[in-house]
Write a protein that binds this ligand. Structure first.
Ligand code: VAH
Length: 312
């Protein structure tokens, strides 16, 4: 059985449904700080778990005798920059509780890292799997510390921890909250609704991105992979595309003629984005467990617009 924390968030809401499809509804225990009427909360076992409450997490994991923990609950980059102390406690306290629960239950463990784990002194293009990591954001500090902590639990206790450094994730099921790359999600909703979008990230700002279906498949492929070829665990670089706002706008305009982008840069989120790479190198993931992806920019755009239109 799999326990997911943050199961009602941007990744969790779709990962919960995907894992229930693949492994069976009752094999996936969705948990989050409070229940809502989303399909992830309603379509199978759900428990309220505040990840900063170790006893609650442990009793829930024991109640369902879980053998896999997927820890997704976290504060994203922009919110973490606004509330750094709160972000440290939730991101690191939650991670420690999840790792301790996995250690005690001898469970397999997944948690996402991010391109946010890199900093201004990291090579910007073809960013290697192993390179300088001096992030200048609280979120980045949390992600680098989190990678080291998850590797530590493998070396020290043999916990089968695995992780992915995700790029910006684009999806149409659950809006992200408090991220820097959220512009790349908002733009699609605004395009369908108003035919235009004002971006808070400037033109020419290249960032790695990935469509959510590819992210979900990467998690499942990673967790099911044979570790014989692993040289890394926490966490693998993965990406599907490197785009700037004007590239997304041009792709949308092919499906929504007349779509226009304008810019009103938010200096805080722009400075976070500027500290991150332009394009990372995912060759380690390809070589060690066969990482691949299916959606390029236009295929993602087509699917995003079709699905958002269905919601109207
Ligand atoms: C954020 N969506 O913007 C997250 C992610 C790479 C970006 O970590 O904070």
């Amino acid at each position: 059985r799999i326990l997911i924390t943050g199961a009602l968030g941007q990744i969790g809401s779709e990962l919960t449904l995907k894992l229930r499809e693949v492994y069976g509804e009752n094999q996936v225990i969705a948990t989050d700080i409070k229940k809502d009427n989303s399909e992830a909360a309603q379509s199978g076992p759900f428990e309220t778990v505040d990840v900063t409450d170790f006893n609650r997490m442990m009793e829930t994991a024991k109640k369902y005798k879980v053998d896999t923990i997927m820890h997704l609950a976290a504060i994203l980059s922009a919110t973490a920059e606004a509330k750094p102390v709160f972000a440290w406690h939730l991101n690191m306290g939650g991670l420690m509780n999840a790792l301790e629960t996995a250690r005690e239950l001898k469970a397999q463990f997944f948690t996402p890292s991010s391109i946010g784990a890199f900093g201004p002194s990291t090579p910007k293009n073809h960013t290697p799997q192993d390179t300088i990591m001096r992030p200048t954001t609280m979120y980045g500090v949390n992600k680098v510390a989190g990678e080291l902590l998850a590797d530590y639990y493998f070396y020290k206790y043999g916990v089968d921890t695995r992780g992915l450094r995700f790029p910006g994730l684009i999806s149409n099921v659950c809006l992200p909250g408090g991220g820097t790359t959220d512009y790349a999600v908002e733009i699609f909703y605004e395009a369908v609704k108003n035919g235009k979008y004002t971006s808070y990230i400037d033109k020419g700002t290249y960032l790695d991105m990935m469509y959510m279906p590819d992210a979900l498949n990467a998690i499942i492929d990673l967790m099911e992979a044979d570790t014989l070829k692993f040289k890394h665990r926490n966490s693998f670089n993965v990406t599907a595309m490197s785009v700037a706002p004007e590239d997304i706008a041009a792709s949308i305009a092919r499906y929504i003629p007349g779509f226009e982008i304008s810019y009103n840069v938010d200096p805080v989120r722009q400075s976070i984005a500027d500290s991150w790479p332009n394009a990372i190198d995912a060759s380690a993931a390809m070589e060690e467990w066969g990482f691949t992806w299916a959606y390029d920019l236009d295929r993602m755009t087509k699917d995003m617009i079709e699905n958002i239109k269905k919601k109207k």
